[in-house]
Design a protein around this ligand. Structure first.
Ligand code: 48F
Length: 284
């Protein structure tokens, strides 16, 4: 059989078109394909939820590939070894309490298992904005990263999601958009992004988990984005907090997807009620 280039093109266009069409309405839209976003996506997809993950870059994986300063090993503490085991990522004890894993094995496995669990990963796509209603975030606004990089004036497309997870890392990109463009306050002490602090690994690893939560109605934060949003320090090349944060974000999201306020209120014309400080206050 002679290979027909037209069929190759048609197959790619057709399959991608279907994938995109099939993901215009989601349970959770995840922004960022680093360790936190991938672990969250994996847990949500395994629980049967419809999840898409958008990654700006060509390669998914965020800051894990390079270990610490391109020494491609990561450190993971005891409490997070369960996540590595869950994914089948091999690890070795270095000294008591400190374990290492090959960063390339770790991140490639997180990516592969997430995709196989059912997370639809869209690489080369940047989330440049959110979809809003008067009282909450209801989706994401997408554009090709190449459009952003080239500075082209091209309008985006939008995807509805019951919840959005900002796992964009140090940049906290979605939270910053919401801070700047959506009426209301974030559930942070100042109502704004508190900003990342300098390195303090122990404190950061604890705070990352604490800071993994809903920061605005419909918008959750995980990973380094959670810490930067709530003003925690960075932690360096220890990754347990990122993995556990992804898992915690998924647990919170699964609970919310089951709850009365399940992100469908707007469809039924029922306004979202403020809880625990995260919520809109209209600007005048
Ligand atoms: O930075 P990243 O790995 O975030 P993370 O999961 O993990 C942080 C650690 O890697 C490390 C650390 C822990 O020791 O401090 O830095 O919290 O992955 C975030 C991903 O989000 C992508 C970005 O390219 C990266 O791969 N990203 C950021 N903004 C956007 C985005 C956006 N607006 N749209 C799509 N992708």
């Amino acid at each position: 059989m002679e290979i027909d280039e037209r069929i190759i093109s048609k197959a790619i266009i057709d399959r991608f078109h279907r994938k995109l069409m099939d993901h215009l309405e989601l349970d959770v839209a995840i922004v960022g394909g680093g360790p936190a976003g991938l672990v969250a996506g994996h847990c949500l997809a395994r629980a049967g939820r419809k999840v898409a993950l958008y990654e700006r870059k060509l390669s998914v994986g965020g800051g894990m590939w390079g270990g610490g300063m391109m020494f491609n090993e990561i450190v993971v503490q005891e409490t997070a070894l369960g996540v590595l085991d869950d994914f089948g990522i091999r690890h070795r004890e270095y000294v008591k309490g400190y374990h290492t894993a090959d960063s390339v094995e770790a991140i490639s496995t997180l990516v592969s298992r997430s995709a196989q669990a059912g997370v639809s990963i869209f690489n080369c796509i940047s989330v440049e904005d959110v979809l809003m209603r008067p009282d909450r975030v209801v989706g994401v606004v997408l554009n090709w990263s190449a459009v952003q990089i080239a500075g082209l004036h091209v309008d985006p497309i939008a995807v509805r999601a019951r919840f959005v997870l900002d796992a964009s890392g140090h940049a906290t990109e979605v939270v910053k958009v919401v801070q700047d463009k959506v009426p209301g306050r974030l559930a942070t002490p100042s109502g704004k992004v508190e900003g990342e602090k300098s390195m303090w690994s122990d404190e950061a690893e604890t705070l990352t988990l604490k800071n993994t939560r809903e920061v605005f109605p419909g918008l959750f934060v995980a990973g380094m984005s959670a810490n930067a949003t709530f003003g925690g320090p960075r932690m360096g090349a220890i990754f347990g907090g990122m993995l556990l944060s992804g898992r915690k974000a998924a647990e919170l999201l699964l609970a919310r997807l089951e709850a009365k306020d399940d992100g469908r209120g707007r469809e039924r014309g029922r306004p979202h009620r403020r809880r625990g400080g995260a919520g809109p206050r209209r600007r005048r």
